[in-house]
Write a protein that binds this ligand. Structure first.
Ligand SMILES: Nc1ncnc2c1ncn2[C@@H]1O[C@H](COP(=O)(O)OP(=O)(O)OP(=O)(O)O)[C@@H](O)[C@H]1O
Length: 383
């Protein structure tokens, strides 16, 4: 597992002040100091985008106590207004907008592949999954509740999840901004703008592959250029019915085109918090309990994986069930640990470091490229 984490800046008056640790591989531990820029942090994420285009699943996840800088790291300052592209080189924008720009830059470098890029956004709030791209009257205020499904081949999917095709980084970030406006927030004594849900942005790349090729020989021969452009540029909405594998690429006369799908998951977890310190009551107290429980479930999964237990308790929480493929599967996973500098948060700091140690102890097999979809078709079943 690739792991990284953040430690605090020394400026005690700023709740999210931080420094960052990064573990680009099993043996390499890097610490980013307080003065380190967002672009330096992104430097360790960037190679994963090349892997994504090579057909690997990738997950980047920020973990840490409330107010420690997860959203800042993933999105940037004032994440509610939404990061705006194009990036100023000196900008404080976080991993997600940078990844969006880098992804489309890499795609433009190799137009022969022209993957279709689709985005879906969910939050896990009070142990329920909400689709933040669904468009109906309920979604206008909070997103639509969804369920996790497991495909016959074992992959985890969210049933009926809305996704949108995007043709540029700015379109992708427009969707992210819309999703952020629906994300649950609540002020606490520790953080006035605390996120009360886990945010998971999934970017799916679909590339046509030659029928006799393996995933690493993906090519666009079966995907007419004009269709690729239309698919990428259009904001056509597609809803996964939770019961079908990726459809053959239209335009293949035999209808047998194979597809290589690779998923990028960008996860801004809700912050762990000590109820006594954050001072929450009422509904916020329930939120805190759910957040802490799901983060404990995440730590349990990592513990079970690191001990090679026969049963991994993915289904103890919707968060871990949803992230099952990237936690225990063949994805490349980068965990960023954000830690507060303040002495009064020492207990949470130790707990966060414990999480990081657990994450590092997980022995994962080498990440594998995704095989073409025609080898993965199967009816999905609800859990
Ligand atoms: N490196 C940084 N430099 C400047 N400001 C920062 C930095 N990290 C965080 N902040 C600021 O600190 C505050 C808290 O950060 P952020 O919202 O990212 O915390 P969080 O961990 O996502 O909290 P929660 O889990 O409660 O949502 C924000 O105002 C943010 O802009």
């Amino acid at each position: 597992m690739k792991t990284s984490g953040q430690l605090p800046h020394e400026k005690q008056d700023r709740p999210g002040s931080e420094a960052v640790l990064a573990f680009p591989d099993e043996t390499d531990l890097r610490v980013y100091g307080p003065a380190e820029s967002q672009s330096a942090v992104f430097g360790d994420v960037c190679p994963l985008l090349t892997s994504l285009l090579d057909g690997y699943n990738v997950c980047v996840m920020a973990y840490g106590q409330t107010g420690s800088g997860k959203s800042y790291t993933m999105l940037g300052p004032h994440s509610d207004d939404g990061p705006v592209l194009p990036l100023d080189p000196q900008s404080d924008l976080g991993i997600i907008p940078r990844a969006a720009e880098e992804l489309f830059r890499l795609i433009s470098e190799n137009p022969s592949r022209s993957p279709k890029v689709e985005v879906s956004i969910v939050e896990v709030y009070n142990n329920d999954i909400f689709d933040l791209l669904a468009k109906d009257t309920v979604a206008a205020v909070s997103g639509v509740k969804r369920e996790v499904m497991t495909a016959k081949d074992g992959r985890t999917e969210v049933a009926l999840l809305a996704s949108e095709a995007v043709g540029s980084a700015s379109k992708l970030m427009e969707l992210v901004r819309g999703g952020l406006q629906l994300r649950a927030k609540h002020p606490t004594l520790v953080h006035a703008d605390s996120s009360r849900s886990h945010l998971i942005i999934t970017v799916t790349l679909t590339t046509a592959a030659c029928s006799d090729s393996t995933a690493d020989q993906a090519c666009s021969a079966t995907l007419p250029r004009e269709q690729t452009e239309a698919g990428r540029a259009g904001r056509s909405r597609r809803t996964s019915q939770g019961a079908s594998a990726p459809q053959p690429v239209p335009g293949d006369p035999a209808g047998r085109a194979e597809q290589v799908q690779a998923r990028l998951q960008l996860v801004d977890l809700a912050g762990s918090e000590c109820i006594g310190v954050s001072g929450v009551t009422g509904s916020a107290l329930r939120e805190t309990a759910c957040i802490n429980r799901s983060l404990a479930a995440l730590a349990d999964v990592l513990g079970a994986l690191s001990e090679h237990r026969s049963h991994i308790p993915y289904r103890n929480s919707r968060l871990t069930h949803l992230l099952q493929d990237c936690l225990g599967g063949d994805a490349k996973l980068l965990v960023i640990l954000c830690i507060s500098p303040s002495q009064r948060h020492l207990a949470q700091t130790l707990q966060g470091l414990g999480f990081g140690i657990r994450a590092r102890q997980v022995q994962r097999g080498p990440a594998r490229k995704r095989p073409p979809s025609s080898q993965m078709e199967g009816k999905r079943r609800p859990d």
